[in-house]
Design a protein around this ligand. Structure first.
Ligand code: NUP
Length: 236
């Protein structure tokens, strides 16, 4: 089963399209055990309400000491992908800024061979996103276009398994969704702590919702995850 099909099936089974970003603030190395316990507690509390878990450096680096460079040359990207997939990850998030040949192609090659997923950053959720993803570029034919439009087209052309678009920019979600159609589902971070709203992102066309701090740092993570699910349902 492909990564995309696996996500669809799990979301349906769990009745949830929320992806938990299992992130915690920096902790000194001698507190690593606490971090593990905390992460397990949050997972235990919210697993009925999420369809997937996304690991970032917050947890992978302090616990496993992995040197991940998601923006690298193809040969390095290939090794990164081999190790992450071998460690059991179902999908990786990659940055299309490095391009295809000797850039992301090797990651896609490894992913296809192992039936894993590649999700592309398309328009990030933070304030400075417009400086990179929003800049005007010239496509191969010389026509002026927005960087994120070009990335969205590449996501379709490369057969990406998902595209990350910030919930903080619902109008970008709508526009990018228009390019991706049903081929490439939108994964939307930036809900809660960064100011985005799940309901609005869902209305604009986001399919999955990546949420970290408003669940992991909540007084009651289970309640927060449950609320997120109902906000998503409202937006559908
Ligand atoms: O555009 C992006 N925005 C974003 O927040 C792309 C991401 N990958 N993320 C990640 O999603 C971010 O690094 C964090 O792991 C998670 C959002 O967490 P929070 O703002 O809900 O706490």
């Amino acid at each position: 089963m492909s990564f995309k099909e696996k996500m669809e099936e799990t979301a349906k089974k769990k009745e949830s399209n929320s992806v938990l970003a299992l992130d915690f603030p920096f902790r000194s190395p001698d507190k690593r055990d606490e971090l593990l316990v905390e992460a397990q507690d949050v997972l235990d509390a919210v697993h009925p309400y999420v369809c997937a878990v996304k690991f970032n450096h917050h947890l992978v680096l302090p616990l496993a000491i992995m040197d991940c460079k998601a923006n690298d040359i193809g040969a390095t990207n290939q090794v990164i992908a081999e190790y992450y997939y071998a460690a059991g990850f179902d999908a990786l998030i990659a940055n299309p800024f490095v391009g295809w040949e000797e850039g992301l192609k090797p990651i896609f090659d490894v992913a296809r061979r192992l039936q894993r997923g590649v999700i592309l950053l398309t328009y990030m959720s933070h304030k400075g996103a417009s400086e990179g993803y929003g800049q005007t570029v010239h496509d191969a034919a010389g026509a002026a276009t927005a960087q994120y439009v070009s990335f969205a087209k590449k996501a379709v052309q490369w057969g990406a398994d998902g595209a990350v678009v910030g919930a903080t920019y619902p109008e970008k979600i709508r526009e990018i969704h228009g390019i991706l159609g049903e081929h490439v589902p939108i994964y939307s971070p930036g809900i809660g702590a960064q100011g985005g709203a799940a309901e609005t992102a869902a209305k604009a066309g986001a399919r999955y919702f990546i949420v970290g701090r408003s669940i992991t740092l909540a007084e009651n993570p289970s309640e927060a995850a449950k609320k997120l699910c109902s906000a998503i349902r409202q937006g559908r």
